[in-house]
Design a protein around this ligand. Structure first.
Ligand SMILES: Cc1cc2nc3c(=O)[nH]c(=O)nc-3n(C[C@H](O)[C@H](O)[C@H](O)COP(=O)(O)OP(=O)(O)OC[C@H]3O[C@@H](n4cnc5c(N)ncnc54)[C@H](O)[C@@H]3O)c2cc1C
Ligand code: FES
Length: 274
């Protein structure tokens, strides 16, 4: 970190992949730091991305911590800053400051079965956790990944998910039937209920739209998962990222520092302000 915590490091966009088309398009950006800059990160951490003249947005770091050549961010177009970055090209320069927040405690989960449940852009924050588990495959039991989008065109990381099938059970879903779709049709929580997961020695990690998370957690509880076995992230609006501005707080917690990763047991003990 250079003296001023708010000063971003410069990073050049080296690759852009269009993941999902449409009004709420998702693109994945790979950036490399300039001027010898950079930082290490842990799975679950995020970074503040700035588009000069437009503003900043907190975005999960979607690349595995072992990748040092670049950082990857998967960004949904939702407003001013995210639209500005969607309009950028390879070679353009953005600002990146971080890493911020806590991490998924993957190291504590050795020997356990891992169940990942994502929806929409929510695959991005858990992707580094999946990559870490797969890179250390023999440290973990069964790895299961549920992921869903509204339609088949809304499935992000489609090729990566297909490749993952060699290491994990992958169950994809779309909301309604489509010609040629051989995965599940229905919402993500229903797909999980359709393939009940054994809670014994398991950890479930879920990320996605708040309504999806709510129903996924209900279903996991019904299957017998304890609150301590369920992890998620919360994406309160953030400004400083370093516990100074009070923009992101839930009760006494500054989510940018204490979160965004919480077990359901921890979240239940906080005021329902997220
Ligand atoms: C810890 C964390 C991790 C995140 N990771 C990702 C990620 O990996 N990919 C990604 O695409 N987005 C991620 N987000 C959300 C992202 O920060 C916001 O979508 C972005 O800041 C919106 O900025 P904007 O200027 O484009 O939109 P604005 O013009 O500020 O807002 C557009 C719309 O989005 C709403 N909005 C703005 N910020 C948020 C927010 N934090 N949560 C929910 N709604 C919001 C506004 O109320 C408004 O309706 C993350 C947020 C947090 C806090
Ligand atoms: S974003 Fe400023 S305190 Fe968390």
């Amino acid at each position: 970190m250079n003296g001023n915590a708010y000063l971003p490091q410069l990073a050049r966009i080296i690759h852009i992949k269009e993941e999902v088309p449409g009004a709420r398009a998702i693109k994945t950006f790979r950036v490399e730091f300039m001027n010898g800059g950079g930082f290490d990160h842990e799975p679950g951490q995020c970074a503040m991305i700035s588009v000069f003249g437009k503003g900043e947005s907190m975005i999960s770091i979607a690349s595995a911590p072992t990748i040092t050549d670049y950082k990857q961010f998967s960004i949904m177009r939702s407003g001013r800053v995210t639209t500005a970055i969607h309009d950028m090209k390879v070679g353009d320069v953005i600002g990146v400051r971080g890493p911020y927040g806590n991490r998924f405690p993957v190291g504590d989960w050795k020997g356990r079965n891992l169940v990942f449940i994502g929806g929409g852009c929510g695959l991005a924050p858990i992707w580094p956790v999946i990559q870490t588990a797969v890179a250390n495959r023999s440290d973990f039991g069964r790895i299961t990944v549920f992921y869903g989008g509204r339609t088949s065109r809304d499935i992000m990381y489609a090729a990566e998910l297909e490749k993952l099938r060699g290491e994990a059970d992958v169950y994809l879903s779309i909301d309604s039937p489509e010609d040629g779709w051989d995965g599940y049709c229905g919402f993500v929580p229903a797909n999980v209920m359709d393939k009940p997961q054994n809670p014994h020695n398991a950890i479930a990690i879920t990320c996605g739209p708040p309504i999806m998370i709510k129903f996924v957690i209900n279903n996991l509880r019904e299957m017998g998962f304890a609150d301590e076995q369920i992890y998620t992230t919360i994406e309160n609006k953030m400004k400083c990222g370093i516990g100074k501005c009070g923009r992101c707080n839930v009760g006494k917690d500054y989510v940018c520092v204490k979160g965004p990763v919480y077990s359901w047991a921890q979240l239940k003990s906080l005021p329902q302000e997220y």
